[in-house]
Design a protein. Structure first.
Length: 154
């Protein structure tokens, strides 16, 4: 089932239409999904908050070019988010990614676990180096505040 979940995740990342992407996430995420952020101590529980964090993370990465399958080539220089390694086993995937944020190189992994229906039940993000974590913390805080203001105005 993890293959189905990762196929769905790649579809979400390649989608340019926000409404369609939101619909794809609704189908892909289990209602009780748990999101583990690299900059927030407590797990974030539920589909609504997980979608918020994933949208904020996507909006903070430079070179919004979507994800590609692992290329093995980290020298493309695009600055865009890309997966460079993929390991699938049972109900779990570990996807190593590279991107940049605020001019800083970011290297990390998404650890994704799914249920028997192929829905994501756990999404954990780990990032390095420390400068990247600090840049992400600042950018995510600003993006979440902006998104919250937009939701309050609606």
């Amino acid at each position: 089932m993890i293959e189905k979940a990762i196929e769905g995740w790649h579809e979400v990342l390649s989608c340019r239409d926000a409404g369609e992407r939101n619909g794809l996430l609704d189908a892909l995420l289990a209602d009780d999904v748990v999101f583990y952020s690299p900059v927030v101590f407590t797990p974030q529980r539920g589909k609504t908050v997980t979608k918020l964090y994933l949208a904020a993370a996507g909006a903070t990465f430079e070179g919004d070019e979507g994800a590609t399958e692992e290329t093995g080539d980290s020298s493309s220089g695009s600055g865009g988010f890309r997966y460079v390694t993929k390991v699938l086993s049972g109900d779990t995937a570990v996807l190593e990614f590279e991107t940049s944020m605020g001019g800083k190189y970011v290297n990390g992994v998404d650890i994704i676990r799914c249920n028997e229906q192929g829905q994501i039940v756990e999404f954990k993000v780990m990032i390095r180096p420390l400068q990247a974590i600090q840049a992400m913390h600042a950018a995510m805080g600003a993006m979440l505040a902006k998104m919250q203001k937009g939701a309050d105005a609606a």
